[in-house]
Ligand binder design. Structure first.
Ligand SMILES: *Cc1c(COP(=O)(O)O)cnc(C)c1O
Length: 379
């Protein structure tokens, strides 16, 4: 089955009693046994639930993995993967990763005895140079947030394989419709389903997708033992959202390309970050490893923060809010919002300035989005 068909159908058929066309929600925390030896595949909802399982089967099929665990948030998906490793482990990650991931690594897991190197992942040779005898994992996020740097997953995976390391890729920014890390040699894929997979800004959730039996079993055990799984209702919402993933992503990226081109030609805009523009330094790599350029567009606004403060109140469509990937367009100022959990020096080292603005392009008509931004930029 093609991607769009899998989105609509895989895992969905879960009602042998009444043949409902959509997946029923099973909120039950526990399931009756037929006798001392026999249950019907589920015994307790922390460990497994039919509605959640439907979502997990669907997401595994979309990424091309063998298994998935749907978690309560993207952060709990990331925390689950960190439990594959023991204190003393060294992990290499990008210096411009999601702020919450940076905080989890640099604050919580560092205190627990883990060590991290945050490097410029655009340069695979820097990743290779950062490997120590304690390194167990390379953490990939591509495109990066908010500057849309692209990590060459095939190059990083081959470095990792040669050194016996696990690669984990956060695929939140593109969704499996536009990028499938397993095809480039990555071992584990994680998502914040809060973003494009659900797509309607009405649930927080996460997922860990595996393509090796050993990882699938360990992640299943960790998610159950730590109690990280999502609620049946949240699973149902994400399953509902994911059915329209393909058509939504097409609409999102059409708008993003139009907005990026508009910003590029505006005198108030010093720089546009969008991998779909031919002048993006990694445009060719994006074309090679992605099935599209996504819908996150960042730019540098001349005048910095005072100008940003003038622009925001003029906007009627773009809402000043964190998060991304919903049908409605959002505008984010990383320096005080999404990336404030990253220390100032780390932000500047990663290239985030007081001029940086991040847009999540929704599925509104591109003309209306451009008119809204034009009004803001004239301020
Ligand atoms: C939002 C996000 C996360 C965290 O997900 P939550 O659902 O907010 O816990 C992780 N990685 C990326 C790239 C994100 O955008």
């Amino acid at each position: 089955m093609k991607f769009e068909t899998r989105s609509v159908h895989v895992g969905v058929d879960k009602d042998p009693s009444y043949n409902s066309a959509t997946t029923p929600i099973y909120p039950s925390s526990t399931f009756r046994w037929d006798d001392l030896q026999t249950n019907r595949g589920y015994d307790y909802t922390r460990s497994g639930n039919p509605t959640r399982r439907a979502l997990e089967e669907n997401l595994a099929a979309l990424e091309g993995g063998i298994d998935c665990r749907a978690t309560s948030t993207g952060m709990s998906a990331i925390a689950a993967t960190m439990h594959l490793f023991q204190p003393g482990t060294h992990i290499i990650a990008g210096n411009d990763i999601y702020g919450g991931t940076y905080r989890l690594f640099d604050k919580l897991f560092r205190d627990m005895g883990f060590d991290f190197s945050f490097v410029d992942m655009k340069q695979p040779e820097l990743v290779k140079a950062a490997i120590t005898p304690q390194t167990k994992c390379i953490w990939i996020e591509t495109p990066s947030n908010p500057l849309l740097n692209i990590v060459d997953m095939a190059a990083i995976s081959s470095i990792a394989r040669a050194a016996g390391l696990i690669t984990i890729s956060d695929n939140t920014f593109l969704s499996p419709y536009l990028q499938r890390p397993f095809e480039h040699g990555v071992d584990i894929v994680i998502h914040s389903t809060t973003k494009y997979l659900n797509g309607h800004s009405d649930v927080v959730g996460g997922a860990v997708i595996t393509n090796k039996k050993e990882h699938a079993e360990k992640i299943g055990m960790i998610v159950n033992a730590l109690g990280l799984a999502c609620s049946p209702f949240d699973a149902w919402l994400v399953l509902r959202g994911v059915k329209t993933l393909g058509p939504r992503m097409e609409a999102h990226q059409k708008g993003a390309m139009a907005v990026a081109k508009f910003l590029k030609g505006h005198r108030q805009v010093e720089k546009v970050y969008y991998p779909g523009l031919t002048e993006h330094p990694q445009h060719e790599l994006a074309k090679k490893q992605q099935y599209g350029f996504g819908a996150m567009v960042s730019f540098e606004l001349a005048g910095g923060r005072p100008q940003v403060e003038k622009m925001i109140p003029q906007l009627k469509l773009f809402q000043l809010a964190e998060s991304l990937g919903g049908v409605e367009s959002l505008i984010d100022y990383p320096d005080t919002m999404t990336h404030v959990s990253m220390p100032l020096e780390a932000r500047r080292a990663g290239g985030i300035t007081d001029k940086t603005i991040r847009l999540s392009i929704g599925i509104e008509h591109p003309d209306d989005l451009i008119a809204d931004l034009a009004r803001g930029l004239e301020a």
